[in-house]
Every structure is written in C-alpha cells, then in structure tokens.
Design a protein around this ligand. Structure first.
Ligand code: ADP
Ligand code: MG
Length: 258
C-alpha cells in the first residue's frame, strides 16, 4: 500500500482495515494513569468481549473509543481514520458508533417511539415518516413492537435495555459498543437482552462488549480480552482464554467469576 502523506482524513470505510484499532492508548486522570498502553483491534463483523475486575479501565477504554473521553496518548483508528486527529468531524465519527450503557439512559419524558426517532431526525435529518419506519423495524428486531407508545418508566429493565439497543441501531451504526449492558438487570431479564445481542452478532454487526457474562463471551465472542490494572493482560479465542488462561492474573479473576 502506498502512503499518501498529503491526503486529508477521510471518513469513508476502507476495505481491509480493522473497524477499531487502538495503539498504545494511555489515559490519565490527574496523577492516576488508568490506561497504561492498550493495544488491540476489532475486525469488521467481529465480536470482541472485554472482561476484567472493577476499576481495571474497561469503561474508560470504551469511552475513549468513541471519544467521550479524550485519550492522553496513543492512537484510535475507526475504520482506518485516526479520530484523535483534530481535523476529524467527531459528530460524524460518533454517528457511526452505537453505544449502549449499563444504565439504559433513555429519555424518561419521551415515548419509546420518540426515543427512537429523536436522533434520527436531529442528527440523520430523516423525515418523520422515515424515522418512524426505521424505529418500527428496530423495535420489531428487539421484540418490542407493541411497546412503541409506552414510556420508559412503564417498562422492565430488560425491555428498557432492548429499547436502548433499538435506539442505537436506528442510527444505522457501523459498530456497537456495549458497557456491561446486563449488569443492572434482574437475573431473569438478562437472557432476553443477551439474545438480542446474539441476533445482532449473527447479522454481522461489529461489536465490542464489556461484560461479566462468560457464557455469552464463550458462545458469541470471536475474541476475549482480559484487562487488569489498565493493561491488556491477555487476549485470544474465548474458549482458550476461559479454559486455559496463560496468566496467573487471568486465572485468579476467572476463578472468582466462573
Ligand atoms: P472499569 O470499567 O473497568 O470498572 P473504569 O474505566 O470505570 O473501570 O475506571 C478505571 C479507573 O479510573 C478507576 O480507578 C476509576 O476510579 C478511574 N476513573 C474513571 N473515570 C474517572 C474520572 N472521570 N476521573 C477520575 N478517575 C476516573
Ligand atoms: Mg465499567
């Protein structure tokens, strides 16, 4: 491949490059270095699960990937474009990255349908009819067509999280980031959310999932990344990492959660 040093940053997807690539990422809060040189990548269509103890930097990593946090050093390439470059249009980059949080973050004063159409109208500039059509397609995908007029407070946690996933999908993102999407849910509601995520993976969505659900990681993940103390301790095929961890720190963590 020939280098083009004068080329402007482009936001067109480039074939053959990772969807997400993180190179030597550091993040410091005051004197506290939370990420100490993270390297990893997610290929298009891959599902990468990230596990690790509380405080190891998983959320910070995810938030750096869509620039909710500013990295202190290192590079983050989204579809080959360094999003730390000042010339990059961050809103445009973020519109290609769907994000789902532990706390569903729905707008409480808006109906489910309005939650799904708002950003489509304001950011994607879709007509009302088109936004509603896309919203209904995605509500059907998460099994909640009959809830379009409901308000978030009248839904279970699992239903709210499925609405949050449908809302993110309604922006037609190229990839989805999940930060412990089932950790706030009652145990009996976890399965429905995981099953929606599994369908999404089956449809070929590129996904980065911070989770404690080892069954999901094993069954759906293409790669499992174990973080501890702001570094990637090890990564590999989920079945390998889970059944044959190479590092003592991974073994010790898994013995507590499995
Ligand atoms: P995890 O998601 O793995 O539990 P986090 O990324 O949330 O870890 O946090 C990693 C470390 O960074 C923790 O010690 C946390 O206290 C610290 N941290 C996270 N966000 C901030 C912030 N905005 N300011 C200061 N410290 C933070
Ligand atoms: Mg976290």
């Amino acid at each position: 491949m020939t280098a083009e040093p004068t080329a402007e940053p482009t936001t067109e997807p480039r074939p053959g490059v990772p969807a997400i690539e993180v190179r030597d990422l550091h993040k410091t809060y005051g004197r506290h270095e939370v990420l100490k040189g993270i390297d990893f990548h997610v290929d298009p269509g891959q599902v990468v699960c990230v596990i690790g103890p509380s405080g190891s930097g998983k959320s910070t990593l995810l938030r750096c990937v869509n620039r909710l946090e500013e990295p202190s050093a290192g590079e983050i390439l989204i579809e080959g474009v360094d999003i730390c470059d000042r010339r990059v249009d961050l809103d445009e980059v973020r519109s290609r990255i769907g994000m789902v949080f532990q706390q569903f973050n729905l707008f409480p004063h808006l109906s489910v349908l309005k939650n799904l159409t708002l950003a489509q109208r304001n950011v994607r500039r879709r007509s009302r009819d088109e936004a509603v059509e896309v919203a209904r397609q995605n509500l059907a995908k998460v099994g909640l067509s009959e809830k379009e007029s409901a308000y978030p407070a009248h839904l279970s946690g699992g239903q709210q999280q499925r609405v949050a996933i449908a809302r993110a999908l309604s922006m037609n993102p190229d990839m989805m980031l999940f930060d412990e999407p089932t950790s706030a849910l009652d145990p009996e509601l976890v399965g429905d959310v995981l099953s929606v995520m599994k369908d999404l993976a089956g449809d070929g969505m590129t996904m980065m999932v911070v989770t404690h659900e080892m069954g999901f990681a094993r069954e759906v993940g293409d790669k499992l990344v174990f973080m501890d103390g702001g570094v990637v301790v090890e990564e590999g095929r989920p079945v390998e990492v889970l059944s044959n961890p190479r590092h003592e720190r991974t073994r010790s963590f898994l013995s507590k959660v499995l």
